[in-house]
Design a protein around this ligand. Structure first.
Ligand code: ZN
Length: 276
């Protein structure tokens, strides 16, 4: 496990998950390669995340809007940018957005961030525009208009590429893990409870990483397992790994204020209920 000792001089970030959409009913086999074909009861929540330290703000992923929700039968609660506004963050002023990967539920609504620079792994842009997209299996979770939008932002000088691990600010770094997509990156954030890893789709649910039961939308299963190891290594404990889509996140972590109940939770404080 990573040690927080030696990082005490780094000022911690506040860290939040904002829930903007939901998918239910959903069967077990949609979330686990070895899941039961018929058994229901494995819904997904959809989140964007934000790390804030004074005036410094990093938004992690941009989610999707109502059109994508309608096209894919998801329940859409709010625009991710409106979720940020609930925390007093003006999306038009956000300077840095991390795209963990380019699937439709993580890289839509780029237009909500007109002043932002988008941070992406080299391997993800190559994957989303290369030969794997000849196959519907790999193409399906992408929305081509999102990819075109990323390319337009690239040509406008607003994309920064990373290859592997990179620190964007003291206490804030991105780490390539791949697996779910070729270029998936996770984000490690220094908080007052230590190092928290926003795993995004390195593990959709707690059960994927806990049970070694991988999610079936996958580029490389071996890399996905290796990603579980990397997440654990980067986080201070298993309670410091935040999965990308687990409805339990909303139960385990507290809302920052009563009016944000069911919409936003704080990830920089210990979970109300332990992971195990
Ligand atoms: Zn996802």
């Amino acid at each position: 496990m990573a040690s927080g000792a030696g990082n005490r001089a780094i000022e911690p970030f506040e860290l939040y998950a904002i829930r903007y959409a939901h998918h239910a009913p959903r069967k077990q086999h949609e979330n686990f390669i070895n899941g039961d074909l018929h058994e229901e009861g494995s819904p997904l929540d959809y989140f964007v995340w934000v790390a804030r330290r004074g005036t410094q703000v990093f938004v992690i992923d941009t989610g999707f809007g109502p059109e994508a929700a309608a096209a894919r039968g998801r329940q859409h609660y709010r625009m991710p940018a409106d979720g940020l506004r609930l925390l007093g963050i003006d999306p038009e002023q956000v300077a840095d957005v991390i795209l963990t990967h380019l699937h439709y539920d993580h890289a839509g609504t780029l237009e909500s961030f007109p002043g932002a620079r988008f941070h992406l792994q080299d391997k993800e842009s190559a994957y989303a525009t290369g030969r794997c997209m000849c196959h519907g299996f790999f193409r399906h979770p992408f929305n081509v208009e999102d990819i075109v939008s990323v390319v337009r932002h690239l040509y406008a000088g607003r994309v920064t590429f990373h290859d592997g691990a990179e620190e964007l600010a003291p206490g804030f770094s991105v780490h390539h893990v791949g697996g779910h997509t070729a270029g998936l990156q996770v984000v490690r954030v220094w908080t007052k409870r230590g190092w928290v890893v926003v795993a995004s789709d390195a593990t959709h649910l707690y059960a994927n990483i806990d049970r070694g039961a991988p999610f079936p939308v996958v580029y490389n299963v071996a890399d996905m397992f290796e990603g579980y190891r990397v997440c654990r290594q980067l986080a201070d404990s298993e309670d410091h790994v935040v999965p990308g889509h687990d409805p339990l996140v909303m139960q385990r972590y507290p809302a920052p204020s009563p009016d944000l109940q069911g919409i936003v939770v704080r990830l920089d404080v210990p979970p109300v209920k332990a992971a195990k």
